[in-house]
Design a binder for this molecule. Sequence first.
Ligand SMILES: [Zn+2]
Length: 279
Amino acid sequence: MSERIVNALSFDIEDWFHMVEIEAVADASKWDTFESLVERYTEWIVQTVTEANVQATFFVLGWIAERYPNLVKLMVDSGHEVGTHSYWHRKVYELTPETFAEDLRQSIDVIEAAGGQKVRGFRAPSFSITPGSEWAFDVLLDAGLEYDASLFPASRAHGGYPCDPRPHTSMIAPSGRPMPELPMTMMRLGPATLPFSGGGYMRLLPGWLLRKGFDQLNAQGRPTVVYLHPRDFAPDCPRVPMSLKRRLKCYVGCGTTKDKLKMLLDRYDFTTCTAVLGL
Ligand SMILES: [Zn+2]
């Protein structure tokens, strides 16, 4: 009998209006005027995961931590890990190293002030560390971060970085310093490589296909990395104008995610990103 693989359970904590490249919500000065769903759904997530006796990693947006410090406190008090998802949710490859460093510092400061736990890990908005923005790893290391979970080893709309798809020590920082990396996981389906374990992919795909992905990776001795957002659980997510393609991507299957998460918690073992990386 092979050893049970422990998978990584992570959540990117932001509000529905932090979706990227949607004209109607792009102006950050208007964010405070939108109806928020982050508190309600994050509380449900923390409670559900905690009741399953699982510790998870919450990559919190600094903008959220500043407005809802109690959410960060709830995560820490419930035994979870808190990482950063940046402050303003801007794509890393569109920033300069200086602007990214400033944004990152601001996020770490508010998250640590809210939760009293050292921030050790980072996940880029939209997996936006791409070829050409390897400098981001030096910024992360200079900020004292101990691992990254931003690389998406397939092409996608706002990101994608060709790399070893397993947890590994990345050497892409221009300074040559090593950085533990937990890339997003993909499954093989016939000739295709398919993301399945988070966001729109998890909302869209049926439960049996999710299990197939988990079973396939775990049989190879590899953990699956789950990433979900509060809005992935929200069938009542406010609707704003966007293209049909984006509408499908943003809203499809939101009513199925609670049951899918519960099914996965029942069936598989999970822990934090730091634990999966052995940190
Ligand atoms: Zn995000």
